[in-house]
Design a binder for this molecule. Structure first.
Ligand SMILES: NC(=O)c1ccc[n+]([C@@H]2O[C@H](COP(=O)([O-])OP(=O)(O)OC[C@H]3O[C@@H](n4cnc5c(N)ncnc54)[C@H](OP(=O)(O)O)[C@@H]3O)[C@@H](O)[C@H]2O)c1
Length: 236
């Protein structure tokens, strides 16, 4: 399968890329700003002799000005895209009135506008030969009625926006051979989680969350479209 994962330099994205790379039939473009970490991931997976990892070192905040560059990179490596996982995320914990405009904009740029623009860019390459899957990674904080935490207002609102977009696109592109789903994750032990909730230990590891995400990305499009699915065993 041809797979694109954003935010694969660490945490859940990196573990998800490793799972896909265990299958030698997979070609995986991994995106983040960190060249060294993506390179190490590529080498680690290559040494295991399985699926191929292709790093794309890129700041998703700059996607609007670089659409052609990304599109050309993707079609240079794969003629179609079977799975797009919008996993990259940005969380800066600050109370609402203390959040700078820059932080508020960055939060929405990375968590909402970048995935939206990536979908827009890559949709023409999806659903051609077989049913494709756009999987957006949101948060439990985005789910109506879920527990909320101080300092996460912009983050949760941006994650609610990408969850809502998922439902809208499933309707707008229901004739397109592509499913749009959203996993609203609860806590998983990653650097992001540890920075947001110091001292807490999540019940789920990054690898366990990646097991679910990779399985759902491959099989979920058969059974779900336009769904926002909470994935949570504890709070936070
Ligand atoms: N862990 C949790 O408990 C939890 C709970 C709910 C939802 N989530 C969501 O799950 C996803 C993965 O979370 P995580 O905990 O694994 O996060 P993480 O460890 O902080 O990893 C975030 C990834 O996003 C990438 N990224 C951030 N800004 C970027 C940018 N401007 N351009 C390109 N890549 C960028 C980072 O790469 P570089 O820094 O190398 O660019 C990194 O690979 C996120 O969307 C997060 O919001 C996580």
């Amino acid at each position: 399968m041809n797979i694109i994962i954003t935010g694969a330099s660490r945490g859940i994205g990196r573990e998800t890329a490793k799972i896909f790379a265990a299958n030698k039939e997979n070609l995986i473009i991994v995106i983040s700003r960190n060249k060294d970490k993506l390179h190490n991931l590529m080498i680690e997976c290559r040494d295991k002799g399985a699926g191929k990892i292709i790093p794309l070192v890129f700041d998703l905040e700059n996607i609007k000005e670089n659409e052609k560059k990304i599109y050309d990179f993707v079609i240079g490596h794969m003629k179609s895209v079977d799975i797009l996982i919008n996993n990259a995320g940005f969380l800066q914990k600050t109370l609402f009135t203390e959040t700078s405009n820059d932080t508020a904009e960055r939060t929405f740029n990375i968590n909402f506008f970048a995935p939206a623009q990536l979908i827009n860019l890559l949709l023409p390459l999806m659903g051609k030969e077989k049913r494709s899957h756009v999987l957006n990674i949101s948060s439990m904080g985005a789910v109506q009625g879920s527990a909320k935490f101080p300092g996460l207002a912009y983050y949760s609102a941006s994650k609610a926006a990408i969850a809502n977009l998922t439902e809208c696109l499933a309707e707008e592109y229901k004739e397109h051979n592509t499913a749009f789903n959203c996993l609203a994750l609860g806590s998983a032990n990653t650097e992001m989680f540890n920075e947001a909730f110091p001292g807490y230990k999540a019940a789920v590891s990054a690898q366990e969350m990646a097991d679910l995400i990779s399985d759902f990305a491959v099989n979920g499009q058969k059974y779900f479209n336009g769904k926002i699915i909470p994935v949570s065993v504890n709070t936070p």
